[in-house]
Design a binder for this molecule. Structure first.
Ligand SMILES: Cc1cc2nc3c(=O)[nH]c(=O)nc-3n(C[C@H](O)[C@H](O)[C@H](O)COP(=O)(O)OP(=O)(O)OC[C@H]3O[C@@H](n4cnc5c(N)ncnc54)[C@H](O)[C@@H]3O)c2cc1C
Length: 436
């Protein structure tokens, strides 16, 4: 795991540094160290911003290998790093002569431009970039609709990329070489094309593979089971535990889509089932969905899957609706008569929130409830270190695979506990239900 992570980070660092290395190849004679540092920071910031288009969690192969959680965390870290580098880079040019192109400096080696348009696009990008990050980080606190945020995030990101391209081509020293300029143009076009692919080409492809709502069932007060049947095609190729983005009753081209873990098993046929909790705009209208409603599915994504793992057993730990991907894994293991041992730990605040209790009772499941009714036979409390200590044995801790999905505080407590008990990162698969 550490080796794979190191290799991935190394490859990423190389990709980010490649425009700079490419530029150095054409300009062998670096400038004064401070000016050069300014340029390095500016170029790295631009490369990181362009890479964010690929790190949006919507590249299937990436999300399957690296995982949605890790991808989104990385996306956020890179956002902050790019912002810091972009904000810092102008300060390094403070003592550099500025003005138009000096006759003694035709390759802008010792001077910087003061041309209004070249500077202005950089300044506007520098204002928009923190705005984009603030809107993303404090989205919940600012309390505006998720779809509005997604649209705004995409539009602002595209605008920043274009502004930075102009700034780089007009103000950058290295971009004065036509090959370096071409590289930046190609990279920017690729980044923008990723949006066209995601929001136009993928939806157009989805149009030829519609789904129909086949069943809708209330499981608990606020949780529903939604089932989809492929309409005139073979369905979706997925692994148990993965998730898909769905658009129920909307146009394939609509930007409004929601990610849900697939709770069905690939081995049980082409019908997909989801366990969905009422939360906001879309999920609180679930009761109004009619059987037969056309739906579009984009998937499968995510790395929360036990396929191909060699551990002798699997522990599934879920909190609330985090049980959805676990049901997929559990069902697949049962359908395929998987020889691995299985243990489920399923936490809820109230007993009435437990879904699929009969099915889960057929395997080794510990139900954990915080506020039980009289007569509850499971474990009272929350899924924390103390509870896990009484529930997991040394063999499980030493060699089994742990799969986690649930609310953030539970995930943090469980992850910390497992690490303290010696469970290595490569025996820990996690998914958080947020995509911000
Ligand atoms: C990988 C993944 C798997 C998930 N699996 C499940 C599942 O199996 N069952 C389940 O009940 N929930 C699941 N969720 C959460 C689910 O996507 C959100 O609860 C749902 O999209 C809320 O939509 P809404 O319109 O009702 O809420 P809104 O009122 O629009 O938003 C409430 C909150 O839900 C989140 N959210 C809203 N829309 C989206 C969106 N399009 N994409 C991502 N997050 C969004 C945001 O954090 C938002 O603040 C999963 C989320 C992710 C990222």
């Amino acid at each position: 795991m550490h080796f794979r992570l190191t290799v991935l980070l190394g490859l990423y660092a190389l990709a980010i540094a490649s425009p700079l290395l490419f530029a150095w190849h054409y300009f062998g004679n670096p400038r004064d160290i401070l000016q050069e540092l300014g340029t390095i920071l500016g170029m790295l910031a631009f490369a990181m911003i362009l890479s964010e288009f690929a790190l949006s969690g919507r590249m299937k192969s990436f999300s399957e290998r690296v995982g949605m959680d890790a991808t989104m965390r990385f996306h956020r870290i890179i956002g902050w790093l790019a912002l810091s580098a972009a904000l810092l880079h102008p300060f390094f040019y403070e003592s550099t002569p500025s003005g138009g192109l000096f006759p003694w400096d035709s390759s802008r080696e010792f001077s910087v431009t003061s041309e209004f348009a070249a500077i202005a696009t950089g300044v506007v990008a520098l204002v928009l970039l923190p705005a984009l990050i603030v809107l993303a980080v404090w989205r919940s606190a600012l309390d505006y609709r998720y779809e509005v945020w997604r649209r705004l995030h995409g539009i602002l990101a595209a605008a920043i990329a274009l502004l930075l391209l102009h700034h780089t081509l007009e103000a950058g020293r290295y971009a004065m070489h036509k090959n370096v300029a071409l590289l930046w143009q190609v990279l920017t076009v690729l980044a923008l094309l990723s949006l066209v692919y995601r929001y136009l080409l993928v939806p157009l492809r989805q149009r030829s593979k519609p789904w129909k709502v086949s069943r809708l069932e209330r499981l608990t007060d606020k949780q529903w089971q939604l089932c989809l049947q492929p309409a005139g095609h073979d369905g979706l190729f997925y692994k148990a535990g993965q998730f898909a983005w769905i658009k129920v009753g909307r146009s394939a081209l609509s930007i409004a889509e929601n990610p849900f873990s697939i709770a069905s098993a690939p081995a049980s046929g082409s019908e997909l089932s989801f366990v969905i909790k009422e939360l906001g705009d879309f999920t609180s209208t679930l009761s109004e969905i009619e059987v037969g409603t056309t739906t579009y599915v984009d998937g499968a994504y995510g790395s929360l899957t036990v396929d191909g793992r060699g551990e002798p057993g699997v522990v599934l730990i879920a909190g609330g609706v985090g049980i959805a991907p676990m049901l997929g894994i559990l069902r697949q293991m049962q359908q395929t008569k998987d020889a691995r041992k299985l243990k489920v730990i399923y936490g809820n605040r109230e007993e009435s929130q437990i879904v699929c209790a009969d099915e889960l009772s057929c395997v080794d499941t510990t139900f954990v409830v915080q506020e039980p009714e009289a007569g509850f036979e499971g474990t009272v409390g929350i899924v924390d270190a103390k509870m896990l200590d009484g529930c997991l044995n040394s063999e499980q801790l030493a060699s089994w695979l742990f799969v986690l999905c649930g609310p953030a505080p539970m995930m943090e407590a469980v992850e910390t506990y497992l690490k303290v008990r010696g469970v290595s990162d490569d025996r820990l698969l996690c998914e958080r239900f947020n995509y911000d």
